[in-house]
Design a protein around this ligand. Structure first.
Ligand SMILES: C[S@@+](CC[C@H](N)C(=O)[O-])C[C@H]1O[C@@H](n2cnc3c(N)ncnc32)[C@H](O)[C@@H]1O
Length: 258
């Protein structure tokens, strides 16, 4: 509890996001990262490797983007910043909430690393907005990456709508549109990377696909499947029923995207 309070105090967060509870969530995540670092080490290493592999493909074309736009990077836990700084002149870390590591990176690489406070769903300060219209465009001249963010985008907006009495089915549709709008925006930029949780895994049950139909849709939109790995999200001892996530990286661009 005290640890979370300290982590909370160290974050700076967009007011609209804070009102919905995203600052509290980010503080809890920062503490879980510390507590579960051994269990999560492989997932973090895999995420970093997948990001770097996608960035290298994008950087290999003659007129490659010189800028990276990395969404979900406020805690800077799973972003291989030193390696990415060798590939890009400028790196924009995009999130609603930033922790001390991201702020330190901005100071230590002044002019090259920026913390951009942006709600990538565009709905946090007005949940009545149509997510398809609200979702802000991503910079087409940058390599754009969405890092373990897609599953998080609808959670707190949907929780707030449910609490206000909206019907469950409508809220579920709304959450799906938030996710679709994010993928649509990412699919409009020529060079991109998407890292997602695609299934919930349990030892004694079949995998529960979280985003049915998404892989087919990504392939139709010109995405290439990358690495897959398992994330021990709630290992034994952490939850009554241990569970994990099946993860997958996707990329578009490089030679094929031009
Ligand atoms: C599960 S974390 C992603 C993992 C993260 N890359 C790490 O280092 O642990 C999700 C991130 O998305 C951010 N986020 C959630 N909703 C957002 C939104 N609407 N716009 C921008 N960032 C958002 C959260 O603040 C959080 O930092």
């Amino acid at each position: 509890m005290i640890e979370e309070l300290i982590a909370w105090a160290r974050l700076d967060c967009l007011p609209a996001a804070q009102r919905l509870g995203l600052r509290r969530e980010a503080a809890a995540l920062a503490v879980r990262h510390r507590r579960l670092r051994t269990h999560w080490a492989d997932h973090i290493a895999q995420t970093r490797a997948a990001l770097l592999a996608a960035a290298r493909v994008s950087a290999a074309v003659p007129d490659a983007p010189r800028r990276a736009w990395i969404m979900g990077a406020g805690l800077l836990q799973d972003v291989p910043l030193p390696e990415l700084l060798c590939l890009f002149d400028q790196i924009d870390l995009v999130d609603v909430c930033f922790g001390p590591a991201a702020r330190a990176a901005e100071r230590n690489h002044a002019g090259r690393v920026r913390c951009v406070r942006q709600d990538v769903s565009g709905v946090l300060d007005d949940l009545s907005r149509d997510p398809q219209r609200a979702s802000p465009p991503m910079p087409a001249d940058a390599w754009c990456a969405s890092v373990n963010l897609l599953s998080q985008l609808p959670l707190l907006p949907c929780a707030a709508l449910l609490e206000s009495g909206e019907a469950e089915a409508a809220v579920e549709r709304y959450g799906t549109v938030i996710q679709q709008a994010h993928i649509d925006a990412l699919s409009r930029v020529p060079q991109a990377c998407l890292i997602i949780e695609y299934a919930r895994t349990r030892a004694d049950a079949p995998d529960e696909v979280l985003l049915p139909g998404l892989p087919d849709r990504l392939i139709r939109d010109g995405w290439t499947a990358g690495a897959r790995w398992q994330w021990a999200l709630n290992p034994t001892g952490e939850a009554d029923e241990p569970s994990g996530r099946a993860m997958q990286a996707w990329r578009r661009g490089g030679d094929a995207g031009r």
